[in-house]
Ligand binder design. Structure first.
Ligand SMILES: NC(=O)c1ccc[n+]([C@@H]2O[C@H](COP(=O)([O-])OP(=O)(O)OC[C@H]3O[C@@H](n4cnc5c(N)ncnc54)[C@H](O)[C@@H]3O)[C@@H](O)[C@H]2O)c1
Length: 444
């Protein structure tokens, strides 16, 4: 491991795997991106970026031009030609809230098939996995190697936890300028090798043991989700008392112990991480006999908050049957096409359930949204507009769900006479009220 540039395989080329792989390659490492999705790999080989992530195309095309990244579906090739094998496959929620580790387990199995007698591979969990997974993985992989007759299986690999903290929409920036890099391993020397992959970024590095690193990821996401549910609860109380939550949040955020971040009231959090990670942590806590009351409330508050815009709309239009409602913003947040757990999903379903017709618009997530709403689309009650103003034609109301920049400056005349529910406090109430019946979250 003497060379500064290392050989890395990244298993799973989704939001995390593709960004991490492209950024490692951009930093000069030799990267192999592997996925079981053949179509995705074919597109990547052609230089196409299969997801919407600002800046990723530029990083990826440079990495491809420099010959630092290649893509494959062949585990044998990837394992043979890499010293570090990063796992970045999905860990979605199961029905009971626990993390579904089947993709991770399948990746371990495929890797283990190709580790030989003279190898030493560093297997790095970048996927968010429950506390205890790393230690379990060591036993599991060693068992698989033993079955194949590999000599001294424990000496052929080490498992390291290196959780990822990037945010979709700012993923490249977050990877390149991390607040911290956390590395957990039983073997400190190997943890140091993994940390050295980030050397050029000069990030604060925290080296610890496996379960602690795994817990740092869950505790961080649970804390951020708690901040959001906290401010949403305060917003709902503000509404009743005539206080303005945006100013309350500003006042709170000036206290450096609190910080202004993640104190924006709205219609709840979504995405592929916060909901599933909080639920998984609740499940883990219960499995060891701890009842996490605060975390359960974080989820409960969030579930209710997602439907708050519909409740507000019903105050103005109590009977939605036969009425037409526009929804602006479908992705779970701006600057991404990710629809996982997006608040737009329960909002649109509730509107349709109450008999409304819905016209939805998002600058980039329509393709993914069409897959999510396949059933609803077939009823003819939901359709997608190709621009924001087309979505407004003939509607009685507008709900803003995702605060894309393009919604900030609107032709307010086009909102005249409509009921507008601003689920993200994007617009100024005093201006909006000149044009429409306007409601936002937690503002008088
Ligand atoms: N998305 C985020 O913002 C984010 C941030 C931090 C951490 N994470 C964590 O990172 C992990 C990945 O998340 P994501 O959003 O990138 O997921 P994703 O669904 O976008 O990508 C996962 C990829 O893994 C591939 N895959 C599945 N099984 C495979 C296998 N056995 N071998 C090879 N490839 C396989 C899939 O085809 C897919 O392309 C999750 O654990 C998530 O919690 C995500």
């Amino acid at each position: 491991m003497a060379n500064k540039e290392k050989r890395i395989a990244v298993i799973g080329t989704g939001y995390v795997g593709l960004v991490s792989g492209a950024c490692f390659a951009y930093l000069g490492h030799k990267v192999i991106g592997l996925d079981i999705d053949r179509e995705k790999i074919e597109r990547l080989k052609r230089g196409e970026v299969p997801i919407y992530e600002p800046g990723l195309d530029r990083i990826l095309s440079k990495a491809l031009k420099d010959g630092n990244i290649e893509f494959t579906t062949d585990y044998g090739y990837a394992v043979k030609n890499a010293d570090f094998i990063f796992i970045a496959v999905g860990t979605p929620s199961r029905e009971d809230g626990s993390a579904d580790l089947s993709f991770v387990e399948s990746a371990y199995r495929s890797i283990a098939e190709h580790i030989g007698d003279n190898d030493f591979k560093v297997i790095v969990n970048k996927s968010t996995v429950p506390v205890g997974t790393g230690r379990w993985a060591k036993e599991f992989i060693a068992g698989l190697l033993r079955e194949r007759g590999v000599k001294e299986p424990e000496k052929r690999f080490e498992v390291v936890s290196n959780p990822e903290f990037l945010r979709e929409g700012k993923a490249v920036e977050d990877f390149m300028k991390p607040d911290r890099v956390v590395v957990g391993a039983d073997n400190r020397e190997v943890a140091g090798f993994v940390a050295s992959l980030y050397e050029k970024l000069q990030p604060p590095i925290l080296i610890t043991d496996l379960p602690t690193a795994e817990m740092i990821k869950y505790a961080s996401n649970a804390f951020l989700a708690t901040k959001i549910s906290f401010i949403n609860e305060i917003a709902n109380v503000c509404e009743r008392l005539g206080a303005d939550v945006t100013v309350v949040a500003r006042g709170m955020g000036l206290d450096h112990r609190i910080s202004p971040h993640f104190l924006r009231a709205g219609c709840g959090f979504g995405g592929s991480c916060f909901p599933k990670d909080v639920k998984a942590l609740i499940h883990t806590a219960r499995s060891v006999g701890e009842e996490p009351r605060l975390l359960s409330s974080v989820i409960e508050v969030n579930e209710r908050q997602k439907l708050r815009p519909v409740e507000k709309l019903l105050k103005h239009i109590p009977e939605l049957r036969g009425r037409k409602v526009a929804v602006w913003g479908l992705a779970f947040k701006p600057e991404t096409d990710d629809m996982r757990e997006a608040p737009s999903i329960p909002i649109i379903r509730e509107l349709l359930k109450r008999g409304a017709e819905v016209v939805a618009y998002d600058p980039v997530a329509t393709g993914n949204a069409k897959r999510v709403f396949e059933r609803e689309l077939s009823t003819g009650k939901l359709r997608f507009a190709s621009d924001k103003y087309e979505a407004l034609k003939g509607v009685d109301a507008l709900i803003l769900v995702t605060e894309w920049e393009e919604f900030r400056d609107v032709d307010f005349d086009k909102l005249k006479g409509k009921v507008v529910i601003d689920g993200r406090n994007l617009w100024e109430p005093s201006i909006m009220r000149e044009f429409c019946t306007y409601e936002s979250i937690g503002r008088p």
